[in-house]
Design a protein around this ligand. Structure first.
Ligand SMILES: Nc1nc2c(ncn2[C@@H]2O[C@H](COP(=O)(O)OP(=O)(O)OP(=O)(O)O)[C@@H](O)[C@H]2O)c(=O)[nH]1
Ligand SMILES: [Mg+2]
Length: 525
């Protein structure tokens, strides 16, 4: 006789739990959570996903039974949420101010070091200035009027360029009366250099730090992203303050005491800045704690978490959309479109449910302070089960981009097993005729056109099973005994194929090594 009843209910139950877990929610029996993903840092979304207090409580024993253990954390979260309402206004004051109003018309200047140890490898001045232009084009109503590559042997000196080239540049700028600013494509300008250049050129001068920070500010949606930007601004505010104070001191204003306060104007400004920094760090810490609760919840539900990382604009969001079918995702052809970490549920070939985490893109020569203030966002990566490194293989600097990403990953202090098991994806192969990967382990895909996705899912599954110590097995159980309910509790049951004639069932499960050991001990064959 052929197989009897085939029950796929277990997988359906699992799907609900998965959606809830991706949304940071726990109850598998509640109405469907918003399909849109929880932005892990955004408390408003979190509350929306949890629903009104009381609604989000899991029943004591549902499905795989693990949901029951977490309600204390959930309550704590709800309380936190209420408390935050009162703080919302106060925190608004800490957030970075909006971008300066009005359009900017820029000259982009790339200082090129053509000889010696400081000459950049794996790229050219043309590609670097192209990236600088792309950064500006990301910003609404900022336009590049002109661009110039100017060679220099002394990029670290006060005027960046030698005398002759500085003169040529100054004349060029004076000959462009319509520009409102110069974007000097170097990591960071000292306040003194910035001031001297602005005095010489008569327009505002931006460095990479200011431009990237500005893009972040424009793209930030969640409270966490905004707070991180506010934190990244602190060093800038501090150096500005130092500058202003030295000017004030020259006019002998900075050291005067403010009446009755016992502190000078300068001391007061520093104190206010310190207080602001303290508040931002506190608020971020709170959000971080909240995230760690979500992390614990996901762990408990045992959905493997896959962090999708890569250089900005390489196609991370497009790939996750293709792997999960999540229509809420909006890939965009601009740098730093994604600033908030979001989680999205998907399935691997053997119906193993996983959560894909979309992350902020990387950029070479991203100033340290900026990376540091966003490192909290990347905290989650350390707790994932696998990293998928997406590369835009059609980009002329793809090799340099890979090196930048790997160097940031190394500095994130990730566990070595994560770094050793990275799955590398070569994306945008549709843009290259007959693409042949030079790296044998990489998977070639087109996230946009859907090529290579099945192969990628297969590779992700193989690696995830290995790194999480899970097995996919079919176990024959006696339906009269407690085995099936034990498996529902301790593993992920995918299919139950009942044989009514002998009261047994073939049960397809995803089970961890340790659970399998226990099962064998409890139910010896
Ligand atoms: N031709 C082609 N374009 C792609 C492919 N994948 C992504 N893109 C395009 O590349 C651009 C960037 O895609 P995103 O998915 O937003 O890239 P991202 O890595 O998430 O970018 P950030 O969030 O800004 O770091 C979009 O215009 C996509 O349509 C692909 O396989 N082929
Ligand atoms: Mg993105």
């Amino acid at each position: 006789m052929g197989p009897g009843l085939l029950l796929r209910g277990a997988a359906a139950l699992c799907a609900r739990g998965l959606r809830a877990a991706a949304a940071g929610r726990l109850c598998p029996l509640l109405p469907r959570p918003p399909a849109r993903l929880l932005r892990t840092g955004g408390c408003r979304c979190l509350r929306a996903a949890l629903g009104p207090p009381g609604q989000g409580k899991p029943p004591r024993s549902v499905g795989r039974g693990r949901g029951a253990a977490h309600s204390e954390e959930e309550e704590e979260e709800e309380e936190d949420g209420e408390q935050e309402d009162g703080e919302e206004e106060e925190l608004e004051e800490l957030l970075a101010p909006g971008p300066p109003p009005g359009a900017q018309r820029l000259l982009v200047v790339h200082p090129a070091v053509k000889w010696g140890a400081k000459k950049p490898q794996l790229t050219t001045a043309e590609l670097q200035i192209a990236e600088a232009v792309a950064l500006i084009n990301t910003l609404h109503n900022w336009t590049v009027l002109d661009k110039i590559i100017m060679s220099t042997k002394t990029p670290d000196k006060k005027f960046i360029f030698g005398k002759g080239n500085f003169q040529i540049l100054t004349e060029k700028i004076k000959g462009l009366p319509h520009i409102t600013a110069v974007f000097l494509n170097i990591e960071r300008l000292s306040p003194l250099t910035k001031k001297e250049l602005e005095d010489a050129w008569g327009v505002t001068v931006f460095d990479r730090y200011t431009v990237v920070l500005h893009i972040f500010r424009c793209n930030a949606r969640t409270k966490e992203a905004k707070l991180q930007i506010a934190l990244a601004e602190i060093p800038l505010l501090r150096t500005n303050l130092k500058n202003e104070m030295s000017q004030l001191d020259q006019q002998r204003g900075g050291s005067r005491y403010i009446m009755g306060s016992g502190e000078t104007f300068m001391e007061m400004q520093y104190r206010l800045l310190k207080e602001k920094e303290f508040k931002i760090r506190n608020a971020l810490e709170k959000l971080r704690r909240k995230r760690s609760v979500l992390r614990t919840q996901r762990r408990r539900r045992e959905f493997p978490v896959i962090s999708v990382m890569g250089y900005t604009n390489c196609g991370k969001t497009t790939l996750i959309k293709a792997l999960t079918g999540d229509e809420g995702l909006q890939p965009q052809d601009r740098l730093f479109a994604t600033l908030d970490i979001t989680a999205h549920a998907g399935y691997l070939p053997s119906h193993l449910a996983v959560i894909y985490v979309d992350t902020i893109g990387f950029l070479s020569e991203l100033p340290h302070d900026l990376i540091e203030s966003f490192s909290a966002t990347l905290d989650d990566v350390a707790y994932s089960d696998l990293i998928v490194h997406v590369r835009d293989i059609s980009h002329p600097e793809t090799v340099l981009q890979k090196a930048s990403v790997l160097s940031v990953l190394k500095n994130l202090n990730l566990p070595s097993h994560l770094l050793d098991s990275v799955v590398e994806v070569h994306n945008k192969v549709d843009l290259i005729e007959r693409y042949q990967s030079p790296e044998t382990n990489a998977i070639a895909v087109s996230a946009l056109l859907g090529y290579g996705l099945e192969e990628l899912k297969g590779e992700i599954e193989r690696t995830v099973l290995k790194t999480t110590g899970k097995n996919i097995l079919t176990i024959k159980v006696n339906l009269a005994g407690p085995q099936l309910s034990w498996l529902y509790k301790e593993a992920t049951v995918q299919e139950v194929d009942v044989m009514p004639e002998d009261g047994t069932a073939n049960v397809k499960v995803i089970i961890s090594n340790s659970a399998l050991g226990k099962y064998k001990k409890l139910f010896p064959q």
